[in-house]
Design a protein around this ligand. Sequence first.
Ligand code: GLN
Length: 539
Amino acid sequence: MGHSSKFIFVTGGVASSLGKGIVSASLAKLLQSRGFSVGIQKLDPYLNVDPGTMNPYEHGECYVTADGAETDLDLGHYERFLNQETSRSNSVSTGQIYASVIEKERKGVYLGKTVQVIPHITNEIKERVLALAGQKNLDFVITEIGGTVGDIESLPYLEAMRQLRLELPEKHSLFIHLTLVPYLKAAGELKTKPTQHSVKQLLEIGVQPDVLVCRTEHPIPEDMRKKIALFCNVRAQDVIEALDAQSIYDVPMNMLAEKLDQVVLHKLGINSYKDADLSEWKAFLERLHNPKTEIHIGLIGKYVDHKDAYKSVHEAFTHAGAKLACKVHIKYIQSENLTVENAKDAVKGLQGIVVLPGFGARGWLGKLEAVRYARENNIPFFGICLGMQASVIEFSRSVLGLANANSSEMDEQTPYPVIDLMAEQKKHTHLGGTMRLGNYTCQLEKGSLAEKAYQSLSVQERHRHRYELNPAFAEALEAKGMRITGKNPETGLAEIVEIPSHPWFLAVQFHPELRSTVLNPHPLFVDFVKTIAMQAKNL
Ligand code: GLN
């Protein structure tokens, strides 16, 4: 373990979706801006080994790390805020913990002992938390515990953190509890009782929170802060107000104003530290909130009803737009409803079209229709993963004249499997963790749109897919004007396709959105937004 690492545990109370991930990432950002090294980790209480097997409707987007772990979308926030890659060890689920304990039990590692939640499960949890600190010799590890205090599932995590606090030296651990202070319209007041109750629940399991972060729609008056402090057994200055923010990216500044980082540092015995250097972050916020121009684009997918299903793509457009001081208005279009007849109306007024990642045949024809519309009408088009596969199938059908060309994912019997499973994928029998995952190198063609956008001939991008462009059709596609401008140097598999005769038609087999951060917007997103804004003479 990193000898001097300090541990911050973040719990949530009263309700879910209060934004523990954003508060954790914001605190991490502030500590980072004062020169400390910080890692953030998410402990998730579900029994799935990872969210890779969960429907995006259940759990939002599945985020993929460079080392190929399928994780919770909060890891995306960590990367976007800190501009620092996460890995497999930043994401822990109860499924992983149990799988590991059961495997050890089968191997006989526990030497005949009865295997129990305490100590075996809790030890396994503690090891994961300590391991992260040790791996990178971090100054701080922020561990976010998923779920809400009071849930049965998160009890072992809270118990493990309680134990860890006693095992660590004094002033080496700290509990932050995020709660909700609701506003009752009828009474015209904020209510502190739910916060009192959730702190009480924490106390029952032996955890006294050190800092309370209170989500609220209205400013919390001083006397109410004092009341919360009194009833929850903390000092008034340890009650931090987290007022609803205009954007998640404002939260670090709000937390700075509330002195969250300073309260934390002092409690952990650190009394001398640098001023926070947030100049680049502030410049980003300035451009984000004061755009000089705007564009309208459509994002086509089938999970559009869940606001978190395409989180990283959405944020990547926020970063790219802010870089150019251009407000990117996004219209989400349900691909299931898109037909030859209504496509024109659905995309009316949109200056760019994106076909999103996805799985399965539902809404597939709508995606093909969106590609066709963009291709034929010279509307800038950006395809991502399944969106790339859709662009290749549409081109095969419309331009190559291969009727019923398809991805074998959508039609196993297709006469022209232009997108197909490669031998490597055919052998898998399990769904979990068996896709092509994580970083792969992509070699770019000189003079291509991709090369111009990236300003590089070789890039590393993250993957999450099973199917590939079938090399048997590569020549035919290229002969008719769809160029393969990015390839995996080892396998020769297609990573990027472009149509050079179109103003901006580019589709990628990988997930560029996963690498976009506030301080490092992704070049393909930037180029797409820039091209549209320039076409509209908005830039
Ligand atoms: N379903 C496609 C595949 O598995 C695309 C996956 C994706 O868009 N992430 O290849």
